[in-house]
Design a protein around this ligand. Sequence first.
Ligand code: ZN
Ligand code: MG
Length: 461
Amino acid sequence: MAALSMNPKAEMVERFLDFAARGDVEKVTSMISNSSFLINKSGENGWTALMLAARNGHFDVVKTLLAKGCDTSPVNQSEQTAYDIARFWGHKHIATLLRRGQDGDPHHHVLPDVHADGENLYFNHEFLDRLSEKRTDSAWLTAKQTAPDTVFLLFYSLNPLVTSEPLKEDGRGHCSYQLSRLRRPAVEPLLGHPNTTLIFLGVEKPAGTCAPNTAMEGADDGLTAWFAVSTEEDPTELVTFPDAQCSFLQAPMPGLLKLSDNEAGVVAQARAVLAWHSRYSFCPTCGSGTRVDDGGHKRTCLREGCRSLRGIHNTCYPRVDPVAIMLVIHPEGNQCLLGRKKVFPAGMFSCLAGFIEPGETVEEGARREVWEESGVRVGSVRYVTSQPWPMPSSLMIGCHAVALTTAINVDQNEIEEARWFTRQQVIDASVKAKHAVFSLPPRQAIAHYLIKHWIGMQANL
Ligand code: ZN
Ligand code: MG
């Protein structure tokens, strides 16, 4: 009797699984291109190619299978997914790769896997140490206010005082301004004024160390303190300007985007806190007057027994408003969804964004905003990086998201137009090619970073 031979299809599956187990990327790739049905096939005990590659630590095979759309959800006879297997055998990098698929979205592989580093983003530099423990030390704060090297930044209607002549180009083709660093005598008349707000921003971080030396007692600690002084009334008569060339930088755009990275970080903090003071003069709970505490980082109701003085709530502290901002990637990974508001400069498209609502996760907020603004359904949402945006007090939470549907239905109240752009079109826009069909938001914006990150370009250049 002739030996039973396997049918050709089963034999092919067996060979395919064998290549995956042995880590032969080339063979695995060519077999899938010829016979795409192979990709999710399982053999003995329900082991798929992905599981075999995961068990044997073949990172490249796992990556290839995922890129080809391999399903990560099947389990073998021991109820293990490929992810469980990778973890069990200690292949951490493979487990990390596979975990992205654990939320059941088969399109996760279109997300870029470049490591995000948002530290270089505009507004993200922490040039000052906030030294929050000193906010309640009124003796120290008072002493610092009269110390000769203390820096005062002046804001008028939330616009910072800068040297008015734009500095030379910074090498990246951008003109920049410098904040005017005033001393006590220059702002003295303003400090006594009832409508002036003063906030303690922090101290300069000593070069080369991460934390200032606070071991020395009193105000003779050698630390240079920075304060922001703010008024809603024209301070020209009261303040001694360092020179006649000073002016108030017109906010929000584009002036505030033309500072050095260090000074942008200071303004991110100062402007958001000052904006809060300018709109929350009275107790939001009972309407009484308030007292400014904690070096300008708290307002306390003056009415005895006010509910705002009990319990946990945020009427006493500066507000931070979370915004989800996301680059939505096409299910096939080769296009991204961008939209434009009427107020944008001509030709500019950017990431969709919106405020997170109470009771919502970042992921749900991102999905809802994309749906409302563009009619596109989103599956996986992955956090990339964040950026404070002091216009006036947003925290931009940058994400990459994968679309589940592609038909666009724009909410005209929010945005004028939304479109899918191909990778090539995005690259053309990012290098400002002549034939580019749109322009990117400025490099200082997190949207710019998210878009560049997706196409795998150095994200902050
Ligand atoms: Zn009150
Ligand atoms: Mg919205």
